[in-house]
Design a protein around this ligand. Structure first.
Ligand SMILES: [Zn+2]
Length: 511
């Protein structure tokens, strides 16, 4: 009985490995160096360590440029491993670069760790249930990204040491990605000088990479008008309403919208508009995001600026300040790097989700209203090229880095498919076991790719040649105005309000 069931098991194992070879073909040779990072990251204690770091950053839920605890936790882990960490760079207290090793090549990995406002949500719950009402939450998985990137950098450092390799690994701690702020300032400060290739990453439900131009370039600009207060009832003719200027500017841009190039998008929120109707507002501000292609964005900005000037003229107010918070490029992903990343994504493979994770994923999807929930994905994606048609979409400030050094992005799994980006449902599943398992797979693909770039000079040379050719037609020019500085005050008061409330909940054991 025993031996026949053993035979069946052996038969099944042989069958499945044969099927795997049939389906995927023989895999690439795995070097001893690469195997080392894969093995180290697969150790249960290591998986647990970085899962715990990710969950801690999830609980801190710190908004852009206020990521003090998140940043400190990553830096502590890197310093304990012997990285040299330069802190408070490019005018941002939560920006850092951690380096290990010496000489060429220099391989960079990008790390993000900021949360989004208003998305607070308990983990593993498929209905809206905030940890702190109105508080911030990790609705884009940047908690997992900072942790995965750190895990990968540490794995590579251990490999450099163990195999006595030449070269340097650099982790770029990049604050405030959600408001698209840090990277142009980091480029301007020269932090990427001498970096040969960059590995970007993003948390997702899929395991994927791509090449070509992606996303939109973006200007983030606050227009502030000033006027004159007056009694709104007894002498409104003495007042000049700054809020009127904001409203007229918005009417003008909404008429403009039809006559902008089809690649343009714009959205705004009024961030100051007076405090009571009986006082004519003497100060009002509107915050715009303008998005388009690298080619269209500057002209679009000039036309929106004209709407602001026209509104000031019409209302006899002043356009007192035009503050550019961030200005970024589209992402130009390097094909050679994406092909390398794809090799490693296939090598690492989709994580084996546990039965509990699959049961939870299906229940969660059902809770979100899916009629036939499919659970967690089983296969990695195929390599994707550029989109045939421009579809606009989101922006990422790593776009500027893609024009400074060959860069591509690894999108790693762990999010339950169907969870909505920048929404409480994503916050609910960016913490916990599947989230950790996915980030570990991402760390493995990043570390394996970094090791390839350190040990396969032919691949790095090809990536750099492709980049040099592309740069001839796409030379880097920052969209940031020369006098722009990082808006350190942006989320200060929000975090001052929510940090103690989040800490209280954490102390009480929630979520
Ligand atoms: Zn994101």
């Amino acid at each position: 009985m025993k031996s026949s069931s053993a035979l069946i098991v052996v038969g099944l194992v042989l069958c499945s490995s044969w099927a795997r070879a049939e389906a995927t073909g023989p895999g690439p040779e795995v070097s001893a160096e690469k195997q080392f990072v894969l093995d180290w990251l697969s150790e249960p204690a290591v998986t647990e360590r970085f899962g715990a770091i990710s969950d801690a950053i999830w609980r801190f839920a710190e908004l852009g440029l206020q990521e003090f605890q998140s940043c400190a936790l990553l830096i502590k882990n890197l310093e304990e491993e012997g990285f040299r960490v330069e802190k408070g760079l490019a005018g941002m207290p939560t920006c850092f670069v951690a380096s290990y090793g010496s000489g060429k090549p220099v391989i960079g990995i990008l790390a993000e760790y900021d949360a989004l406002p208003t998305l607070s949500q308990k983990a593993g719950v498929s209905h809206h249930d905030p940890v702190v009402e109105g508080g911030p939450g990790h609705g884009c998985g940047h908690n997992r990204m900072g942790s995965a990137a750190t895990a990968a950098a540490i794995a590579v450092k251990r490999c450099l040491e163990k195999h006595h390799l030449e070269g340097t690994i650099k982790l770029f701690g990049s604050p405030a990605e959600e408001t698209l702020i840090s990277r142009p300032y980091m480029v301007r400060a020269g932090l990427f000088e001498g970096v040969d290739a960059v590995i970007n990453n993003h948390a997702a439900s899929e395991f994927a990479t791509d090449y070509g131009v992606k996303g939109t370039a973006m200007y983030s600009v606050v227009f502030t008008f000033t006027g004159k207060t007056a009694h709104s009832g007894s002498s409104p003719w003495s007042g000049r309403s700054a809020l009127d200027a904001v409203e007229i500017m918005n009417v003008a841009t909404n008429y403009l919208r039809e006559h902008l190039h089809f690649t343009c998008r714009m959205h705004y929120t009024i961030v100051e508009g007076g405090e009571a109707p009986n006082v004519v507002p003497d100060r009002a501000s509107v915050w715009y995001y303008l998005r388009s292609t690298d080619e269209q964005i500057e002209a679009m900005y000039q036309r929106v600026l004209n709407c602001a000037k026209g509104a000031a003229l019409a209302t006899d107010t002043e356009l007192a300040k035009v503050r550019c918070l961030g200005a970024i490029h589209q992402s130009h992903h390097n094909k050679t790097l994406a092909e390398l990343f794809q090799e490693n994504i296939k090598l690492v493979g989709m994580p084996k989700w546990t039965d509990e994770e699959q049961v939870f994923a299906k229940a969660f999807q059902k809770g979100l209203g899916q009629s036939s929930p499919k659970g967690m994905p089983e296969d990695v994606n195929k390599l994707k090229g550029p989109d045939a048609v421009f579809t606009g979409g989101a922006s990422s400030d790593h776009g500027d880095v893609t024009l400074i050094a060959p860069t591509a992005t690894i999108r790693f799994p762990g999010l339950v498919p169907g969870a909505i980006g920048h929404h409480w449902s994503s916050v609910a599943v960016n913490c916990g076991s599947a989230a950790s398992r996915g980030l570990n797979a991402g760390a493995q693909a990043m570390a394996a790719s970094a090791v390839d770039l350190l040990t396969r000079p032919d691949v790095l040379r090809k990536a750099r040649q492709e980049f040099a050719t592309y740069s001839k037609t796409h030379p880097y020019k920052s969209f940031l105005p020369a006098d722009a500085t990082p808006p350190l005050e942006l989320n200060k008061s929000l975090m001052e309000k929510y940090r103690p409330l989040l800490a209280e909940q954490e102390a009480a054991g929630s979520p």
